[in-house]
Design a protein around this ligand. Structure first.
Ligand SMILES: [Zn+2]
Length: 558
């Protein structure tokens, strides 16, 4: 999606000029193994450590691990891990319960990697940073990083559990747990102006992100700024930039998102009903090849509709490229039936490493194809995307396809406040999905699919199930993207409604969609320079696509 208004305000962020950096070459070392012979230990950019399987003693493998040509570090047992780490990093000092690591390959190592290798979880990286004050986050050859006993994995001699510390809401990996942890930071009070939720600012927090983005459903820069100012006024804060930790902030109840409403409200009850549905909705197993799965991919813009623009980038071509990379991976590596709602006629379903200028033509692949005519509510192509997808899902079910094995993913990039960054995922909130919706014939441009697929009905149960399954997929997605080191939006990355201009809103492609699970992914925030740089990088787009495919496999696995 794009913020329709105030786009110009964020264009002041300087345009990015970045060389398309190549991934640094991997490092391999040969190390002797017990019983004679030797095996290779390899460190790859963003992939971590793997060891050559052929000559590896079985005694180095975790129980149940398969001895493939290359064995992942996580499939090694404590002896194997220690052997691989010492082989690759001979300059490290191993104490009884701590390790002092000397950086040797700064292009391949990262604080995240060190956390993953030595503490068992990349999410411990902030703890590792805190244990090594004064060292730069960007690793430098020869820097020595201490992995203290509290963080070093038990397997490696320390006391670390291998799980991230969960003392802060941000450390919660699961969306419901994190939302509850954020809720626990609020209390409900009343003043002369009425009831409000009281929040005390924590260190390094800002009003527009840590309060407005997190606790309300506003995301557009203008709405966020307006509400931040209103909240500041209500809270008696004169200088919005000079807020100290501990400052009391009063959030009016009518601005609070549903999950944060007080006990006994209808909004909170609905939220809890959906969460319960998520917990009791059984997984659908399709195996690693995704047999019998029907997936429709939707690149959110194209042609005359370039989408959001900032930092020298525009949404359409970059998200089309990610979509095509997902498309190709699914075609090559799975048995799922996959289609794309749109195509760039000159490019087809190909991906590109370099994207130079906006592609002028794009069409929705209806019968006949329909040239994309914009993205506003009056555009036809916006609706033809879900009409086409629903037609394909109906045909799939007509051929005895399992309705639970249908998935729709729409790819976008947004233009939020420049300080916000990372992926967000929209799911169709049950309360936002209509019981019936009908697209009048004059709005379907006469395409064949419009005759059968332009009318939808959703029962109460279907709305609830739709949100629950979409949330399950969204969570699998965020986990998989985190594993690919894709930044995730920190203040509630999964949303089921947007408030803008005083109303509630949900994108039509997921609102009227009949897939079992349907999500709209905001891959990145174009106005954030770091996100824009990522999106411009073909290696990032590939990694993102691999994360999506990994998530689909996890979602359809038991
Ligand atoms: Zn978009």
């Amino acid at each position: 999606m794009e913020g329709l208004r105030l786009r110009a305000a964020w264009l002041l962020v300087p345009a990015l000029v970045s060389a398309q950096d190549m991934a640094p070459a991997p490092v391999s070392v040969s190390a002797p193994v017990p019983g004679g012979g030797s095996a290779l230990v390899r460190l790859q950019y963003r992939q971590g450590i793997s060891v050559e399987g052929q000559d590896l003693p079985r005694g180095f493998l975790k129980k149940g691990a398969v001895q493939n040509a290359w064995v992942d570090f996580n499939d090694l047992n404590p002896d194997g891990k220690r052997w691989a780490l010492i082989a690759l990093f001979p300059k490290d000092t191993w104490g009884r319960d701590r390790v002092t690591h000397t950086v040797q390959y700064p292009a391949l190592e990262s604080v995240w990697l060190l956390s993953a290798l030595f503490t068992g979880h990349g999410q411990n990286y902030d703890k590792l940073m805190a244990a090594n004050p004064g060292l730069p986050e960007k690793l430098v050859t020869g820097d020595t990083w201490t992995i203290p006993p509290t963080l070093l994995l038990k397997d490696l001699g320390g006391q670390g559990s291998g799980q991230p510390d969960r003392s802060q809401p941000e450390d919660q990996l699961d969306d419901e747990a994190r939302t509850n942890a954020y809720r626990a930071l609020l209390s409900f009070e009343r003043d002369a102006q009425g009831p409000y939720a009281a929040y005390h600012m924590r260190k390094a927090e800002a009003l527009y992100s840590s309060v407005v983005l997190r606790y309300t459903d506003r995301i557009d820069p203008k709405d966020v700024n307006e509400l931040a100012l209103a909240i500041a006024k209500r809270s008696g804060i004169a200088d919005i930039r000079g807020i100290q930790p501990g400052q009391l902030v009063k959030i009016p109840l009518d601005s609070l998102a549903d999950p944060f409403q007080p006990e006994g409200t209808k909004a909170l009850a609905e939220e809890q009903e959906v969460r319960a549905e998520v917990r009791r909705t059984a997984r659908v197993d399709a195996g690693p090849r995704l047999k019998g799965v029907r997936i429709v991919l939707d690149a959110g813009h194209g042609g005359v509709d370039k989408g959001a623009m900032a930092n020298g980038l525009w949404e359409s071509d970059f998200v089309y490229d990610i979509t095509m990379r997902v498309y190709r991976l699914l075609q090559e590596e799975t048995d799922a039936t996959v289609s794309s709602t749109i195509s760039y006629p000159g490019l087809g379903f190909d991906s590109r490493d370099r994207i130079r200028r906006p592609t002028a033509e794009a069409e929705v692949l209806t019968t006949p194809p329909f040239a994309i005519d914009g993205e506003g509510p009056h555009a036809t192509s916006v609706h033809l995307r879900w009409v086409l997808a629903n037609d394909q899902f109906q045909k799939f079910q007509d051929k005895r396809g399992d309705a639970r094995k249908t998935l729709f993913i729409s790819f976008h990039a947004d233009s939020l406040h420049p300080s916000a960054r990372g992926t967000m995922v929209y799911v169709p909130g049950a309360a936002m999905v209509p019981s019936r919706f009908y697209l009048a014939p004059d709005r379907t441009a006469g395409v064949k699919e419009g005759r059968t697929a332009s009318m939808v009905h959703f029962s109460g149960k279907e709305k609830l199930m739709g949100e629950a399954r979409s949330r399950q997929f969204a969570e699998a997605l965020l986990r998989a993207l985190t594993a690919e080191e894709v930044p995730i939006h920190t203040d509630r990355a999964i949303r089921n409604v947007i408030h803008r201009d005083g109303g509630s809103w949900l994108p039509a492609v997921i609102r009227y969609n009949e897939a079992s699970a349907k999500v709209l992914i905001e891959t990145a925030n174009l106005t954030n320079p770091g996100d824009a740089k990522n999106l411009q990088d073909p290696e990032f787009r590939q990694r993102f696509a691999e994360g999506v495919v990994r998530a689909i496999r996890a979602y359809f696995g038991k």
